[in-house]
Design a protein around this ligand. Structure first.
Ligand SMILES: *Cc1c(COP(=O)(O)O)cnc(C)c1O
Length: 365
């Protein structure tokens, strides 16, 4: 059919490779252990569940379009001014809003080689040019990022820690990155996994947002809070950036269930602590066990690990994926992230962690 005879997407749209979420099905009759999307094996806070149940009786009412009580709860817990917080339908939406707000056709946005794929998608959706920068040992390299800056650069996206590698850069490196960027370039620090990091040299970026005019930190309720299905994220940003995003976002972008669930979840510090404790224990255990099997595991500070498979065809990541899936252990293929022979595994329950290790031991025999 001639292009003139039907609507045409704007230039660049058909170049976007749509995001492929983690699989969530096991073969019939096999118990599913979903380890493909970095979800919390302990589930959501009981308080958040109660809050959502109560909301069921009030669903006819529009939500508060500025999510005031949620921003106040986040502000209280993290010691932030609620006026500098913008909430969103997942932190993916914040990334999209920032791209739509700060990138125009011809501008460039920088992210790293194995960076979260959503950055590229939203950069292309804004008509801008994605610029991918090499990493060193699967870790962001500040000098390489700074070397890629041109006079068309408008945004730098950095997941710290990064998904799917689980690696991070220490705060003095983040500070050096900010200091080296032109003042008109926005630095987006995606701290989706910040709660899990237990390193003295890590900081999520709050201090840098407070003390500069060009840094935004994004957070999510999908990981440590176990609310992936509710779709809720937030950004902490300078006032001028919050002002711009509040003009660009949908008037009711955060739904009423998300406001209730998030307000309860952020205040349940005990659930966060339990989740972080569980993760720390089984992250270390799983890493050690898989390493002992002869597999190489990228050292992770998140709630997932990147497992690299041997070069021989019989023991490839694809074969391991089939083997594990047949037994109900659903991990994530990461070819699209530049790791054709690795799988990403979420740290799940004790049962799932032990199950994967036992299955991979058999697989490698
Ligand atoms: C999971 C994840 C997010 C969170 O996405 P939501 O839209 O909030 O569910 C953001 N950034 C990274 C790097 C992630 O891995």
């Amino acid at each position: 059919m001639s292009d003139a005879l039907r609507p045409q997407p704007k230039p660049g749209v058909m170049d976007i490779a749509a995001y492929v979420p983690g699989k969530s099905a096991a073969p019939a009759g096999v118990k599913l252990h979903k380890l493909s999307s970095n979800e919390n094996p302990l589930g959501a806070s009981p308080a958040a569940k109660e809050a959502v149940k109560a909301l069921a009786e009030k669903m006819e009412f529009y939500p508060d379009g500025s999510a005031t009580k949620l921003r106040e709860a986040i502000g209280e817990v993290h010691g932030l001014n609620p006026a500098n917080i913008v909430c969103s339908n997942g932190s993916d939406e914040i990334i999209g809003l920032l791209a739509q707000t700060y990138l125009k056709p011809g501008d460039e946005a920088i992210f790293t080689e194995h960076g979260f794929l959503v950055y590229k998608i939203y950069t292309q959706a804004a008509g801008a040019v994605p610029v991918s920068v090499k990493e060193t040992n699967a870790t962001a390299n500040v000098d390489a990022i700074l070397a890629a800056v041109t006079d068309r650069t408008r945004v730098v996206f950095l997941a710290n820690p990064n998904n799917p590698t689980g690696t991070y850069i220490p705060f003095d490196e983040v500070r050096r990155l900010q200091a080296g960027l032109p003042k008109n370039v926005l630095l987006v620090l995606d701290a989706a996994y910040a709660e899990f990091v237990r390193r003295n040299d890590y900081e999520s970026g709050i201090e840098l947002v407070s003390s500069t005019e060009n840094v935004v930190m994004t957070r999510t309720f999908s990981k440590v809070h176990g609310l992936g299905g509710i779709r809720l994220g937030w950004a902490y940003c300078p006032a001028h950036i919050a002002d711009a995003m509040n003009r660009m976002r949908g008037p009711f972008n955060v739904n009423a269930a998300a406001i209730e669930a998030g307000t309860a979840a952020i205040r349940d510090r005990a659930h966060v602590e339990r989740s972080v404790e569980h993760n720390a224990k089984w992250l270390a255990w799983t890493t050690d066990e898989l390493t002992a099997l002869g597999l190489s595991v990228t050292p992770s500070v998140g709630n997932f690990i990147l497992i690299h498979f041997p070069a021989d065809e019989a023991h490839s990541a694809a074969k391991a994926d089939d083997y594990l899936t047949a037994r109900g252990y659903v991990l994530r293929r990461v070819s699209a992230y530049g790791f054709p022979n690795a799988l990403r595994m979420t740290i799940g329950t004790e049962e799932a962690s032990r199950g994967v290790v036992a299955a991979l031991k058999d697989f490698l025999k």
